[in-house]
Design a binder for this molecule. Structure first.
Ligand code: AMP
Length: 192
């Protein structure tokens, strides 16, 4: 199973990606988690990207793509993966299309999480209270939403034009959303 999850920050991609990955025995690949780990480790890479992440902007395509390519080289990615938070720009989408072609792989589905903006803002407030993520504060939230609309939303049409997009009603409780997601994500696994 090779699936991309697309949607506003706070739309529930991370929670669903973890479930989808563990229940299908494939790795959950979150570029946000990998980049946060680099920051936490205090590595040179981490030091270079901390202020970019804290401000709600995107890390450069080249850098994130390098991190992703390294991760996909691991043997656990041979049978599939759930990509959460990547691709996030049209350029990353095109790099991914080329990379998959080189690897002789196809995406099964790109799932677009549909959640109203007001709900996402509310969820991020709750996450800030619970996890204290620096980029969840109100001003940074609004910046992340603006960046999403400008940089990431064009990927919805990019994948729709390629016949890969499925829209997911991502409102409701976690298991209800998961049951809808599981159907969409495995829609044409046999084609991959
Ligand atoms: P996330 O946890 O997916 O919301 O990502 C947190 C932050 O990591 C984002 O606001 C960006 O600064 C950075 N990031 C994660 N994935 C990407 C990506 N694919 N391209 C650029 N920046 C990213």
């Amino acid at each position: 199973m090779r699936v991309v999850l697309l949607g506003l920050p706070g739309s529930g991609k991370g929670t669903q990606a973890k479930l989808l990955a563990s229940r299908n025995n494939v790795p959950h690949i979150s570029t946000g988690d990998m980049l946060r780990a680099a920051v936490a480790s205090g590595s040179d890479l981490g030091k270079r990207i901390k202020h970019v992440m804290d401000s709600g902007s995107l890390v450069s395509d080249d850098l994130v793509f390098e991190v992703l390519c390294d991760r996909l080289k691991s043997p656990d990615c041979a049978t599939g993966y759930i990509l959460d938070g990547f691709p996030r720009t049209l350029n990353q989408g095109e790099l991914t299309t080329k990379l998959l072609a080189e690897r002789g792989e196809k995406l099964n589905r790109v799932i677009y999480f549909e959640v109203p903006e007001a709900e996402v803002i509310e969820r991020m407030k709750q996450r800030l209270a619970k996890e204290g993520r620096a980029d969840d504060d109100e001003q940074t939230q609004l910046k992340r939403i603006e960046v999403y609309k400008r940089e990431t939303e064009p990927l919805v049409d990019y994948y729709r034009e390629r016949g890969l997009l499925s829209e997911l009603d991502a409102m409701g409780d976690v298991e209800n959303i998961y049951s809808r997601l599981a159907v969409l994500a495995s829609a044409d696994v046999s084609a991959a």
